[in-house]
Design a protein around this ligand. Sequence first.
Ligand code: GRF
Length: 215
Amino acid sequence: MVGAAMSFRVAVLASGEGSNLQAIVDQLHLQDGIEVACVGSNRAGARALERARAAGIDTAIFSARDFGDRSVRDTALADWLDAYEVQLVVLAGYMELLSPEFVHRFEGSVINVHPSLLPAFPGVGAIEKALAHGVRVTGVTVHFVDEGIDSGPIILQEAVPVSEPASIETVTAEIHAVEHRLLPQAIRLMAKGAVQIATDNPRQVLIRAAEHGRV
Ligand code: GRF
């Protein structure tokens, strides 16, 4: 057993800078019964790993190259997460599609943050694609992960208006600021058990009314 009993144990997977990981660590780690138990990456050079180590959080690297193929790698990753007894897996800039086996094993317990108002602009380069399309409003989505690309049920969304002249730098900064609020909020809701899939519509996520606006 790693860490304190009774806490809501969260794993974060990240491939890059890790600013969302940092927001999670700063706002949630070892607070209100939430613990970031471990941080995994597919990239040894990810700055997210440095941030995790600086916070005293265990890390590991699961690159597809080291494991032969994606499904073998994802099984090793899943076994590692199970050893930490995590209750929620958060993809925070994790730039790989997880295998269907992984998604089924952690069904309903994997969430992702995406820099657009899904279902618009899924996949990589979402902010660039939205600006190239000329949108007036974009935003941030936190959603459950299914087998597709950014296609799972939506938990939280927040709009970000695009003002003229729109530069990729300013819109990216505004989107990141929203992500750093919305993703911790979604994790807090999950920790409280306030998030459920509607029984009559598997696309619809219900958030217990009492928790809305309180976390
Ligand atoms: C974020 O914009 C997130 O929405 C996307 O990847 C980016 C990761 O940024 N999935 P960071 O590594 O958390 O700074």
